[in-house]
Ligand binder design. Structure first.
Ligand code: ATR
Length: 265
């Protein structure tokens, strides 16, 4: 039986095991997908198990997407550019680090039928998933990306990866067509982002990377102000879909049951 894992800290709330195990079962694959809470010191030994074929694939989540990189033998071009790895597998005894968050975000916008080309984007936050979102937005030919983060130094580090990025002070809300919440604010139901978005106008899209809870205060406010609001459930589903396809060499179905797994937790 092949073994797959998602690693992170915290990890209790990850829905990856439910989703992957559903696809494993419905495709009659002899495998199991588990979750493991790790500390930094344990990264090296878990990766050595991939090399020894004891573990056949790993998903990586907060806070290890960048810290795992030194233990990889090779990075895909996407992982290299974003300095972010969320999917690991072995190929010819080499441990490969790849990034499926990029395709996850891109495919989620396609699914939502939102054409982002030529649009002005404002990203809130500078955490682990932001380089992947920026990479995807650039690939989809947006006109301008502004990042604002509570801790400015962290946003400045992003500029080392993406020179064209515009940085704004926290509280300084620039004009945008699409605003993306990539902070962790909203994971707890009552949390509110301390930004004044009341004057942003209408006919924009508010996109929250958070999908659980399915409607954050950020999305509620976007709607109340007359804008479209979408959560990150399709980004989550598509990043998993891409990882599954790499590991098992087949494309699982994204049906209502899959959407229910992510929606009804
Ligand atoms: P990490 O910081 O380890 O990459 P993350 O969950 O990927 O973790 O990122 C958390 C993001 O949410 C960061 O951009 C963080 O801002 P800081 O860099 O200032 O910490 C942001 N964040 C968390 N709590 C916040 C709050 N109360 N207000 C605004 N931003 C917040």
């Amino acid at each position: 039986m092949k073994k797959y894992l998602v690693i992170g800290n915290p990890i209790e709330h990850s829905l990856s095991p439910k989703l992957h195990n559903y696809w494993i079962k419905t495709n009659n694959i002899d495998a199991i997908y588990d979750k493991e809470k790790l500390n930094y010191e344990e990264l090296e030994s878990i990766i050595s198990k991939v090399k020894k074929n004891e573990i056949h694939g790993i998903n990586v989540t907060v806070p290890f997407k960048n810290k795992i990189i030194p233990y990889m033998d090779q990075l895909s071009p996407e992982a290299e550019k974003t300095k972010s790895v969320n999917t690991i597998y072995a190929n010819n005894n080499q441990v490969i680090g790849h990034n499926t968050d990029i395709a996850g975000f891109e495919l989620s916008l396609k699914k939502l039928k939102y054409d982002v080309s030529g649009k002005k984007i404002l990203i809130l936050g500078a955490g682990g998933v932001v380089p992947s979102i920026i990479f995807a937005l650039n690939r989809m030919n947006v006109s301008k990306i502004t990042v604002t983060n509570r801790t400015k130094e962290k946003a400045e580090k992003l500029k080392d990866l993406f020179k064209e990025l515009i940085l704004a002070d926290w509280g300084n809300v620039s004009d945008f067509d699409m605003i993306i919440n990539a902070t962790s604010v909203g994971l707890n139901t009552n949390e509110k982002i301390d930004l004044d978005l009341s004057k942003v106008g209408q006919n924009k899209i508010f996109y929250d990377v958070i999908y659980n809870p399915h409607e954050t205060n950020f999305l509620k406010m976007g709607k109340e102000l007359g804008n479209r609001a979408e959560n990150g459930k399709f980004m989550f589903i598509y990043q998993a879909h891409q990882a599954f396809t790499i590991w098992h060499k087949l494309m699982p179905e994204i049906n209502d049951e899959v959407i229910n797994i992510v929606t009804n937790d």
